[in-house]
Design a protein around this ligand. Structure first.
Ligand code: SIN
Length: 295
C-alpha cells in the first residue's frame, strides 16, 4: 500500500472518536489511531472499581496503553495482570524463578536473539491466544529499544471491499514450531511439539465488536481452502499491508515504564537496535478466548 502517492487524501481515513471524560486517570493519545499514555495512577497500589473500569475503557479505546514511572515488585506486576483475567504461561520462553507466569524479556551484548523482533501477535498459535500482554521494562538502553504497535482494526478497515469479501470466512493455521531451539541459550530444552491452531483470518473483538485482521508473520503459515501459492501470495500482501506506518505508534521506553496491549486487535514489533546495551524486564500475559468471526 502506497501512502505517499495517493491523490484522494490519506490512504486510510480515520476520525478518532471523542472519548467520554475520565474521572480517575488521565489519558493522552499518542496518535488518533493507536496508543495512549495513562497518567495519575500508581499501579503498585490497590485500584478502585472505577479506576479499573476506566483502564478497561482506555485499553478498548486505544488498543495499547502506556504507564511511566511505575515501581512494582514481581508480585505486584502479577497481581495487576490477574485483575484482567487468569494468567497465561508461555509454551517456550524462560520465566522468573518459581514464577511461571512472569516471562523474562532480556537482551544484552551476549544474547543470540531478542524477543519480539518482527511483527506478531503474542502466542497466536494457542487455541485460545492471550487477550493482553503487560510488559514492564525495568532497565532500558540509553537509546533505542522502542516497540512499534499496529492497529489491526485500521489494517482491516483500510482493505478494499473486494478484499474484505474475499477474506470473510477464511481461516488460517498459526504454528508455534518456530519456538524450537529459540531459548537454548537459557538452557531450555525443546518440547516434543508446540501449539498449533486454526483461527479466522478476520476476527471480531469480543468487547468492541469491531473487526480486526488476524494473521501475523510470526505465526500464520497458511490460509486453508485455497492453493498453497494463493495462500502465500495473499499472506505476503496482508503482512506488507498491516505494516504500513499509518496504522502504527512507536513507544520510547525508559526504565520503569509499562505497556499493556490488546493482542486481539494489535500486532507489535520490538526493535533490537541498542546492542550492546541491556534492555530487561518481565511480561505478564493474560489468557484470552477462542477467536471468532461475526459478520
Ligand atoms: C514481546 O513481548 O514480544 C516483546 C516486546 C518488547 O520487548 O518490546
Amino acid at each position: 500500500m502506497d501512502a505517499i502517492r495517493s491523490n484522494n487524501g490519506p490512504r486510510y481515513k480515520h476520525i478518532a472518536e471523542t472519548s467520554a471524560p475520565y474521572d480517575t486517570i488521565t489519558v493522552e493519545k499518542l496518535t488518533p489511531i493507536i496508543g495512549a499514555e495513562v497518567g495519575g495512577i500508581d499501579l503498585s497500589r490497590p485500584l478502585g472499581n472505577r479506576t479499573f473500569d476506566e483502564l478497561h475503557r482506555a485499553l478498548a479505546e486505544n488498543l495499547v496503553i502506556f504507564f511511566r514511572d511505575q515501581h512494582l515488585t514481581e508480585d505486584q506486576h502479577l497481581a495487576f495482570g490477574r485483575l484482567f483475567g487468569e494468567l497465561h504461561i508461555h509454551p517456550a520462553a524462560p520465566h522468573a524463578p518459581g514464577k511461571p507466569e512472569l516471562m523474562i524479556i532480556h537482551a544484552d551484548k551476549d544474547s543470540p536473539r531478542a524477543n519480539g523482533e518482527g511483527w506478531h501477535t503474542d502466542v497466536s498459535c494457542d487455541q485460545e491466544p492471550p487477550m493482553g500482554s503487560i510488559l514492564y521494562i525495568r532497565q532500558s538502553p540509553p537509546m533505542g529499544g522502542d516497540t512499534l504497535f499496529a492497529s489491526m482494526y485500521a489494517a482491516y478497515e483500510a482493505l478494499s471491499d473486494r478484499m474484505k469479501t474475499y477474506l470473510e470466512g477464511l481461516t488460517a493455521i498459526h504454528d508455534g514450531e518456530h519456538y524450537r531451539g529459540q531459548y537454548a541459550n537459557y538452557g531450555i530444552a525443546d518440547k516434543p511439539s508446540y501449539p498449533r491452531a486454526e483461527h479466522p483470518v478476520v476476527r471480531t473483538h469480543p468487547v468492541t465488536g469491531k473487526k480486526a485482521l488476524y494473521v501475523n508473520k510470526g505465526f500464520t503459515r497458511r490460509i486453508l481452502g485455497v492453493s498453497r501459492d494463493e495462500s502465500d501470495g495473499i499472506l505476503r500482501y496482508l503482512f506488507e499491508h498491516m505494516a504500513n506506518p499509518l496504522f502504527q505508534c512507536r513507544f520510547r521506553w525508559c526504565a520503569n515504564s509499562i505497556a499493556f496491549w490488546d493482542n486481539r486487535c494489535v500486532q507489535h514489533h520490538a526493535m533490537w537496535d541498542y546492542w550492546p546495551h541491556i534492555r530487561s524486564g518481565h511480561r505478564v500475559t493474560v489468557k484470552g478466548e477462542r477467536p471468532f468471526y461475526r459478520a
